[in-house]
Ligand binder design. Structure first.
Ligand code: FES
Length: 138
């Protein structure tokens, strides 16, 4: 599943014009470095094109996304440790979903809605409490 949520206002994004590095720190504190190639955006169909989720999915980095990346849950919660100013603005709809996220911080974003513009490298951390317990239980 993926694509656009017809019930929310479309987020304004600026896609990168040059390569940049996205570093994702996962729940086990492992670092995954991806060189984002603007020519390959969108990588897939999860989340906004060029979003953290879009990039993670294409590079085998696990980021929960229960709603498929349409801003209708908060399981893709990430904390942007560096480069937040190079990301699109958080919309009211995203902020509403983020309110449901455990451990919300001022740097929190939804991975499916957060689109870096490539003007600087970005570091995001996936909080350990993001873990989808239903999925982990089996
Ligand atoms: S995957 Fe549901 S809001 Fe991002």
């Amino acid at each position: 599943m993926g694509g656009q949520n017809p019930y929310i206002k479309e987020a304004q994004t600026e896609l990168p014009a040059q390569r940049y590095t996205l570093t994702v720190i996962d729940e086990q504190k492992r670092e995954h470095r991806v060189e984002v190639d603007p020519a390959r955006i969108p990588y897939g169909d999860h989340g906004l094109p060029g979003s953290i989720l879009d990039i993670c999915m294409a590079h085998g980095i696990e980021l929960d996304h229960a709603c498929g990346g349409v801003c209708a849950c908060s399981t893709c919660h990430v904390v942007v440790r560096r480069g937040l100013e190079a990301c699109n603005e958080c919309t009211d709809d995203e902020a509403d979903q983020l309110d449901e996220a455990y451990g919300l911080t001022a740097q929190s974003r939804l991975g499916c809605q957060c689109v870096p513009n490539g003007r600087q490298d970005v570091v995001v951390e996936i909080p350990t409490w993001n873990r989808n317990l239903a999925r982990e239980a089996h």
